[in-house]
Design a protein around this ligand. Structure first.
Ligand code: SDX
Length: 422
């Protein structure tokens, strides 16, 4: 049996045999037989938009691999900067490469004074930190006009370092502005995640005391969020980046996509949902509302995983380690009860709705002291190396500008009536 499909145009009897290659069939072969006939796939759920060597997902088996390494092993055995190196430089670093990489990132962590004085101060006092982050990343484009030289691999490499290095600084700055605290500048003596925690929570002149359990847990959360194949925000990177826009406005478009509650904004939405339910005695009523279509069970469901999201499993274990330090989050009982009821209910089982990465992450972030408006910002810090790896991979392959077609369902040709007869 050939590994191929045959397409027949019944109007002409013409056929074309198309090989099956790595689970895909080429649209070129289709277009050669059927020019002007488009696939109708609005949310791209049956469309491969790229060849990529970065992340592999198996939604049925609940597998997630970054460049061949299982997420469970990376979560346990590597730090976020090692994983960032794996994603943007193709391999895990050696000990000496890691030292150089850490220094390169630490040196690039500071942001221009104008960010604090002019950009952050331009926002309302109650501005959502994601709104500040998206705008600030785009504003970086005006600080580094050389970043437009996107076809130069060395320039791309420099911008990749800048963005990975500066995301925590901008994120912490946005938070400090919101809570009316003075900005804390990056400390090159601290590791990446400790430095972020210090920039977020340091008060006064005494050095910030990093709790290693919380630092390690947050570092692992960054690892779990680092990449996820062609998700909505990474697709935004590939689409916007394909126009040869600079990396800052490209990553800003990804952060904008991530902000949506169906995507990275779900972690904040989960917490609001749990707070709304309030007590686990209200869980059954809430589930009834979900099944009636009146509510969504935020943090549940996934386009690819039709099984437990492997990251949710790891997060559930991590939560207990964090709560041992911070004390249990009172909303955990509501979350656990929601999961127990949903996983036993036909409505969720027949729709393959399981907890995803966002179901437990917010509870952990909240217990660490992050406000809900920072949850998606934390997701963005973790996802930045993934976005940049896809951006770099796309440009190194000289891909064409993204420009899908459509099925036109609007009015037929007609003449413009003059205004009195409209
Ligand atoms: C992330 O793509 C990625 O990889 C994303 C991500 C990454 O790392 O980048 O994994 C991160 O975004 C995780 C997802 C976070 N979002 C949420 O938790 C929001 C809640 N989930 C849903 O909005 C939804 O499940 C999506 C958006 C995640 C997936 O949507 P799909 O694939 O378009 O599924 P669908 O809307 O077609 O749903 C299929 C059915 C529908 O019911 P029927 O019409 O068949 O009766 O399942 C129902 C939906 O109504 N359904 C839900 C539900 N999710 C789907 N019902 C209740 N609660 C939900 N959460």
């Amino acid at each position: 049996m050939a590994d191929s499909v045959t397409i027949t145009d019944n109007r002409t009897g013409q056929t074309v045999e198309v090989p099956l290659v790595d689970g895909t069939v080429s649209a070129k072969a289709w277009s050669s037989l059927l020019p002007g006939v488009w696939f109708d796939d609005p949310s791209f759920s049956a469309t491969s938009g790229a060849d990529s060597a970065i992340t592999f997902l198996d939604g049925g088996a609940g597998l997630l691999h970054y460049r061949g390494y299982p997420i469970e092993q990376l979560a346990e055995r590597t730090t976020f900067l090692e994983v960032a190196h794996l994603l943007v430089r193709d391999e895990l670093p050696t000990a000496s490469q890691l030292k150089d990489w850490q220094r390169e990132i630490a040196e690039a962590a500071p942001i221009h004074e104008n960010f604090h004085k002019r950009i952050f101060e331009g926002f309302r006092d109650d501005a959502h930190t994601m709104g500040v982050l998206v705008s600030s990343i785009a504003a970086m484009s005006t600080f580094w006009p050389d970043s437009k030289d996107i076809e130069n691999p060395d320039q791309r490499r420099a911008e990749i370092v800048r963005l990975i290095a500066k995301m925590p600084t901008v994120a912490a700055g946005a938070y400090r502005r919101n809570v009316g605290l003075p900005y804390v500048f990056p400390d090159p003596e601290l590791d990446y995640t400790s430095n972020f925690l210090a920039m977020m929570f340091k008060v006064g002149d005494s050095p910030y005391e990093v709790n290693p359990v919380l630092r390690d847990a947050l570092d692992m959360l960054f690892v779990l969020h680092a990449d996820h194949e062609q998700n909505c925000s990474t697709t935004a990177v590939r689409v916007v980046g394909s126009s040869h826009a600079d990396p800052y406005v490209t990553v800003a478009s990804a952060a904008a996509a991530l902000y949506g509650p169906r995507h990275g904004g779900a972690n904040e939405a989960v917490l609001r949902m749990l707070e709304g339910i309030g007590d686990y005695s209200n869980v059954d009523n809430f589930i009834t509302e979900v099944k009636a279509g009146e509510q969504k069970l935020m943090g549940f469901g996934h386009r690819v995983y039709k099984n437990y999201d492997p990251r949710a499993k790891i997060l559930k274990d991590t939560a207990h380690r964090v709560f041992d330090v911070t004390g249990t989050n009172p909303l955990l009982d509501v979350a656990l009860k929601l999961e127990e009821v949903a996983l036993a209910d036909e409505y969720f089982v027949e729709r393959s709705l399981y907890p995803n990465v966002d179901f437990y992450s917010g509870l952990i972030y909240q217990s660490m002291g992050f406000p809900a408006e920072m949850f998606t910002v934390l997701f963005a810090i973790g996802r930045t190396p993934g976005w940049l790896a896809h951006w770099d991979e796309m440009l190194s392959r000289n891909s064409r500008i993204a420009r899908p077609r459509q099925r036109y369902i609007g009015p037929a040709d007609r003449d413009v009536p003059d205004i009195d007869s409209r």
